[in-house]
Design a protein around this ligand. Structure first.
Ligand code: VGL
Ligand code: ZN
Length: 208
């Protein structure tokens, strides 16, 4: 299953998505040891990093009259408005100190443009601007990706869905993810991932 053509994609294991952070995901820090252990079994490890400029358009603070977790219409569709998080260069945007993947070959930063969000590590929310991750993996002859990280129902889900659309055999390891779960978003995310052929996997299914 995990062979030379399989990459691990570690999504947004950053301080702001862990307890104490600006957009804390319950138990977000708990996945670090699992992700570290998994990472050692892959020849190719890629990290994604949510990396917003101050005043990013996904921040509720950029929309007077709006509060975090409300939605607003953006040119590219409905956008959930978040607390300010993962501001470029901030401590909150740094990888969680429990993450020990110094062997990772690439870090894909996303959400870098003020006016467009990017949950996906592959394509921004305008659904047209690629980050380059798909090309990177294809040039390295990767055929399968295993996706883990935060949050299951947003950046993990969008990343996994785009990987599947891009033709990668795509697995998401349940125990190595944690969710925000906003208004049923977790159930919806699994349904959408499954519909695209993403495989919902347990660590035990990946063998030893
Ligand atoms: C994420 C909301 C906003 C995530 C990133 O990593 O799932 N969620 N930005
Ligand atoms: Zn973000």
């Amino acid at each position: 299953m995990i062979d030379a053509r399989t990459a691990l994609i570690v999504v947004d294991v950053q301080n702001d998505f862990c307890p104490g952070g600006k957009l804390a995901v319950a138990g977000g820090d708990e996945i670090a040891p699992l992700v570290n252990m998994l990472g050692r079994r892959f020849a190719t490890v890629v990290l994604t990093q949510d990396w917003h400029p101050a005043g990013h358009s996904s921040f509720a603070s950029s929309h007077p009259g709006h509060k975090p977790f409300e939605t607003t219409a953006m040119p590219y569709g409905t956008q959930v408005l978040w607390p300010d998080h993962c501001v470029q260069g901030s401590e909150g945007a740094a990888f969680h100190p429990g993450l020990d993947l110094t062997m990772a070959q690439a870090v894909i930063r996303k959400g870098c443009r003020r006016e467009v969000d990017s949950y996906s590590g592959f394509v921004e929310a305008d659904r047209t601007t690629p980050t380059g991750l798909g090309g990177y993996l294809k040039e390295r002859d990767i055929a399968r990706v295993v996706v883990v990280g935060l949050a299951t129902d947003f950046c993990v889900s969008w990343t996994a869905q785009d990987a599947a659309r891009d033709g990668f055999d795509t697995l998401v390891v349940e125990e190595a993810c944690r969710a925000i779960d906003l208004n049923g978003s977790l159930d919806r995310a699994w349904a959408e991932m499954t519909a695209l052929g993403v495989r919902r996997t347990r660590l035990a299914d990946l063998g030893g």
